[in-house]
Ligand binder design. Structure first.
Ligand code: S3P
Length: 442
């Protein structure tokens, strides 16, 4: 990332039209690189997200011995070192802005006979790592963190690590995956219990790589067991489009009058599809075309048309399946008829930024009616009228890609336009975001 912020104004340039293809899923891309790097032999990955977060994972896996290269054909080829074969990295692993890279790789290091220092940018260095330090310490790893359990931190792996049964105290796919990945090189069976289901890409993909893994429902909880000292077989993986990136265009097409677009290749894994359900409940026209399977995940093209939206009370139980989509849902709520109430969203305060306070401030600055509560926002919409926008105040994005992209889309549905203070973080997850806006909103 360059050293100087890159502000940009987003204005209403008329309806969004045409077809667009969103980049690969960030969660699946991280996992594809990590698991391929742990298989013995060469894996091929098509459709990998080439965003900064995923490139940080690639660099870290290279630093621990894997060979990873992008061919001229856009296919990534990974030669793995085998579970147990990770090498001691020579320098600190720079995780940039990526919480997923950090937490999952801490899990991997925890059960290898190596140590690694993790560093990150100002946003990542404020995020809590105690949630992974706790179970990884129980497995025998030793972690020295900065005050408050933050980066920079050092993980010293345990060899052998001890298998544990761990019930997640927060609904977090990152914590679940960190324990599962530590379990990969731990003798015996490691168990993770999820009181609330979170995204299951690790489970799906590890099975595909040949790990012995069992998932069952017991008393309303998900119990995942993984047998360690696993032998992963190289795979050919196709990464579906990221629903969390598609979300920005879904909302923009719903709120900008006259819009009618098709977003191709959107991943529709049920553990990720909460936003679509809520937007439909609000009256959004979102049609699934050509439903199919890509890389073991359900996918469809989505036709989205401008719709009159109505405010709803969002059931907190749906939050884990749309945890990254709340910032852009808040934009939809600000343009709906009536009030949208959200609750149970404490986790949003520890994402790349405090997304409740960042979105409350940004939307209020653009003329929306927002009440910030401890665990959610209450937003009273314009009833379809454009937001006022802001002629002279810049949205503070706090190094958070999803605040930048959400407010960019709010700008498309505003009278005076909206300026975001820094578009650089968008490259962490959606490098061609601005090019796609220009292509559909000329
Ligand atoms: C992710 C899990 C979620 C999500 C993040 C990606 C993953 O984080 O917010 O963008 O790939 O496992 P939490 O596990 O903190 O909920």
């Amino acid at each position: 990332m360059s050293n100087t912020p890159s502000p940009r104004r987003f204005c209403n340039n008329g309806p969004l039209k045409g077809r667009l293809r969103i980049p690969g899923d960030k969660s699946i891309s991280h996992r594809a690189l990590m698991f391929a790097a742990l298989a013995v032999g060469t894996s091929e990955i098509r459709g990998l997200l080439e965003g900064e977060d995923v490139l940080a994972t690639a660099a870290a896996m290279r630093a621990m011995g894997a060979s990873i290269a992008r061919g001229d054909d856009g296919v990534w080829r990974v030669q793995g070192v085998g579970v147990g074969g990770l090498l001691q990295p020579e320098a600190a692993l720079d995780m940039g802005n990526s919480g997923t890279s950090t937490r999952l790789l801490m899990g991997l290091v925890a059960s290898h006979g190596i140590s690694a220092c993790f560093t990150g940018d100002a946003s990542l260095s404020r995020r809590p790592m105690g949630r992974v330090i706790e179970p990884l310490s129980q497995m025998g790893a030793s972690v020295e963190a900065s005050p408050g359990g933050t980066l920079p931190l050092m993980v010293r792996g345990a060899l052998p690590a001890v298998p544990i049964a761990y019930r997640l105290p927060v609904a977090s796919a990152q914590v679940k995956s960190a324990v599962m990945l530590a379990g990969l090189n731990t003798p015996g069976v490691t168990t993770v219990i999820e009181p609330v289901a979170t995204r299951d890409h690790s489970e799906r993909m590890l099975k595909g790589f040949g790990a012995e893994l069992w998932v069952e429902e017991v008393g309303g909880e998900r119990v995942i067991r993984i047998r360690g000292e696993a032998d992963l077989k190289p795979q050919h993986i196709e990464v579906p489009g990221d629903p969390s990136s598609g979300a920005f265009f879904i909302v923009a097409a719903l709120v900008v009058p006259g819009s009618d677009i098709v977003i191709e290749n959107v991943g529709l894994n049920p553990t990720r599809a909460g936003l679509i359900a809520v937007l439909r409940q609000m009256g959004g026209s979102i049609e699934e075309l050509n439903r199919r399977e890509v890389g073991g995940e359900p996918v469809a093209d989505l036709r989205v048309r401008h719709s009159a939206l109505t405010g709803v009370e969002v059931d907190p139980a749906i939050a884990p399946s749309m945890i990254d989509e709340f910032p852009v849902l808040f934009v939809a709520a600000a343009l709906a008829q009536g009030t949208t109430t959200t609750s149970g969203l404490d986790e949003l305060r520890v994402k790349e930024s405090d997304r409740l306070s960042a979105m409350a401030a940004a939307l209020t600055g653009a003329g929306a009616r927002v009440e910030e509560r401890e665990d959610g926002l209450v937003i009273t919409g314009t009833g379809g009228e454009p937001l006022r926008g802001s002629a002279n105040n810049r949205v503070k994005t706090h190094l958070d890609h999803r605040i930048a992209m959400s407010m960019a889309m709010a700008g498309l549905a505003s009278r005076d336009g909206i300026e975001v203070d820094d578009t650089r973080p968008i490259a962490t997850s959606f490098p061609n975001f601005i090019a796609l806006i220009e292509g559909t909103n000329a």
